[in-house]
Unconditional design. Structure first.
Length: 318
């Protein structure tokens, strides 16, 4: 992870080694039980007590400081303006490449933050639910670009986040099925005024082109109070993607209902070649053109090594 500016004096991040970051845990208590790690971990990702102690407990402590400070500022502003509106949820974005472990990070944060005193209501959504339905993607020739910014129903996602941030009750988000590789018709996730909302997705830190007339162009990250980018080198990400594909070939792909059922009978060599081709055609292009360029916009960057362990942490300066 080279996030340094040409002159180190202008680096907007403070860089920490794993050891330095782990020391910031202080007295933050461990709230996860050993048996929970398997439930929170994504396929082939790594999550053990050491990773939680060294990385996620300091992050939980940091987030408690940020959330408290934001709430105090919000109440001070409300008093200054003389207004009485509904509570505003604190929104955390989790970004990064396919196969980097975003879902694990999001689930761990949800579990840990929900156990703060006095047990805030913490909910999580993934932007997968805001992809266009498969029929729309096929009609528009975007199936090979699924996960690219143009494959999402951005107005629907922005409306959802705007409703959440305004304190509306029972805001609905579409449901996505990884089995059928499509939006599930007439099914919704209902998000009802959480204290904290975690939004996970590959392109949640995307920006848009700036208009020449200066009109507002809202982007997803406008609604975030804090954002985390999970980082790893491209060859490592490729390896993880291929390994995950091979595991799914022997599990989820064997289900006749699976969109990828045709891959279930591939040999190891065939499956490896297929996964590599998918990576290079779709995921690598998305990473290089859309995801990686948004890394410097994150509040915090967690850089992983080949063993899935976070090696360095970069925190944006205030």
């Amino acid at each position: 992870m080279d996030i340094r500016a040409p002159d180190q004096r202008y680096n907007p991040y403070r860089l920490f080694t794993r050891k330095q970051w782990a020391a910031l845990r202080n007295d933050t208590p461990m709230t996860l039980e050993p048996g929970e790690f398997d439930k929170l971990r994504s396929l082939h990702d790594r999550l053990d007590i050491k990773e939680v102690e060294d990385i996620y407990l300091p992050l939980s402590r940091l987030l408690s400081i940020y959330v408290d400070a934001t709430q105090r500022l919000y109440y001070a502003q409300r008093q200054f303006l003389g207004i009485r509106d509904r509570k505003v949820p604190y929104i955390i974005g989790v970004a990064g490449s396919v196969a980097v472990g975003k879902s694990t990070t999001a689930r761990v944060l949800q579990a840990m933050l929900a156990r703060w005193s006095p047990q805030p209501k913490v909910e999580m959504v993934t932007t997968d639910g805001f992809l266009y339905p498969k029929a729309v993607l096929e009609q528009q020739g975007l199936m090979q670009k699924k996960g690219f910014p143009e494959s999402y129903d951005l107005p629907l996602l922005l409306e959802f986040l705007s409703d959440i941030k305004s304190g509306r009750a029972k805001v609905r988000a579409p449901v996505y099925s990884h089995l059928t590789y499509d939006i599930v018709p007439n099914q919704w996730i209902e998000v009802d005024r959480p204290d904290i909302l975690i939004v996970e997705g590959v392109n949640v830190l995307q920006t848009g082109p700036l208009p020449r007339d200066g009109k507002a162009v809202p982007v997803v990250s406008d609604f975030f109070d804090f954002s985390v980018y999970i980082d790893a080198e491209e060859p490592v990400l490729r390896q993880w993607f291929v390994k995950r594909f091979l595991a799914l070939r022997d599990t989820a792909f064997t289900d006749p209902r699976s969109y990828f059922h045709r891959y279930a009978l591939l040999s190891d060599d065939e499956a490896t070649a297929t996964a590599t081709a998918i990576w290079e055609r779709t995921n690598l292009a998305n990473l290089e053109d859309n995801i990686l360029p948004t890394r410097p916009r994150a509040t915090l960057i967690l850089k992983k090594g080949a063993d899935h362990v976070v090696e360095t942490v970069a925190l944006r300066r205030l």
